[in-house]
Design a protein around this ligand. Structure first.
Ligand SMILES: O=C(O)CCC(=O)C(=O)O
Length: 292
């Protein structure tokens, strides 16, 4: 008689605990100490973004605003570091949203990804639509990105040197998370950006395929984040993200002083350089917006 059992080292990935907003006290009291991902359900009550952000709303409100759209992939260079390959194109918001609605034929270029902090810099009023500061209480260093992308958009495996709240307003995204304790196994690529570290296993040309796990490594968590939910991802958790339904989302990264102390003084020069670049970019974007 055969008694087949699953191999002992195959562990089914988990889904983070889902916790409603009315448990907000837990966020204040324990989350940062907990160091585990959590999904907040019903967490955007009263946020203007939850009520009005939609593809049509962005077209109506900001149709003529020029936005940077990316077709980029992280690629392994022979020297062992990382380069971004592909292109970024400026489009008007209305053309970009229209491109999402056209379902292209096989082989045709897919719409790119509207990702980054540029939209918040160009349209600072958008900050008022989201209320992350209800959760990330203390006034600390923060940064916020905007994400609008079609089904099939894929972000390769990396971790960010910050705590993260990622809120999906429209659509759905699959998240695969790997614990910070797996750092060595996931082979951090040589530093390419002060705040994010890519896994060498998930870089093009050999990796970077959403349907192939990096080096076959199973994630610790694998789940879909639904519209209206916020994922809390503590510092250091590796993640790869696949958009399963056209999505609009935004996140909130924040740093505590103790984290900054841990990240270490070796990052200070690159932080200074990126701060100067950011200031220059903001000046250019402000100028472009005024000229539109
Ligand atoms: O949604 C994505 O494509 C990437 C999200 C992400 O990496 C983040 O919020 O840190």
């Amino acid at each position: 008689m055969s008694t087949a059992t699953a191999p002992r080292d195959v562990v089914t990935p988990l889904v983070p605990e889902r916790m409603p907003l009315d448990n907000r006290r837990a966020f204040y009291e324990g989350l940062e100490a907990n160091n585990k991902p959590i999904i907040f359900t019903d967490a955007m009550k009263g946020w203007p973004a939850a009520e009005r952000w939609s593809f049509d709303w962005f077209t109506q409100q900001y149709g003529d605003v020029s936005v940077p759209v990316e077709w980029l992939r992280y690629n392994a260079r022979p020297a062992g570091d990382v380069e971004r390959v592909g292109r970024v194109r400026k489009m008007t918001m209305k053309d970009y949203v229209a491109s999402l609605k056209v379902k292209g034929k096989e082989g045709e270029e897919t719409p790119g990804y509207l990702i980054g902090n540029d939209l918040f810099r160009t349209l600072p009023a958008l900050h008022r639509d989201v209320r992350f500061d209800e959760y990330a209480v203390q006034r600390r260093l923060t940064e916020q990105l905007f994400f609008m992308g079609p089904k099939g958009t894929f972000t390769q495996l990396h971790f960010d040197r910050a705590h993260n709240l990622h809120a999906v307003m429209v659509g759905r995204k699959q998240w695969q998370l790997y614990a910070p304790s797996r750092d060595v196994e996931l082979k951090p690529a040589k530093l390419s950006h002060p705040w994010s570290v890519m896994s060498s296993h998930d870089l093009t040309p050999h990796g970077g395929q959403p349907d192939q796990l990096p080096a076959g490594k199973l994630p610790d968590y694998d789940f879909v984040l639904e519209a209206g939910e916020i994922l809390y991802l503590p510092y250091g958790w590796w993640h790869r993200v696949y958009t399963v339904e056209d999505a609009i989302a935004t996140n909130y990264w924040w740093w505590t002083w103790s984290m900054l102390a841990r990240i270490g003084p070796r990052l200070i020069p690159s932080i200074a350089v990126s701060a100067v670049k950011k200031m220059r970019k903001q000046q250019t974007l402000g100028r472009e917006f005024r000229e539109q």
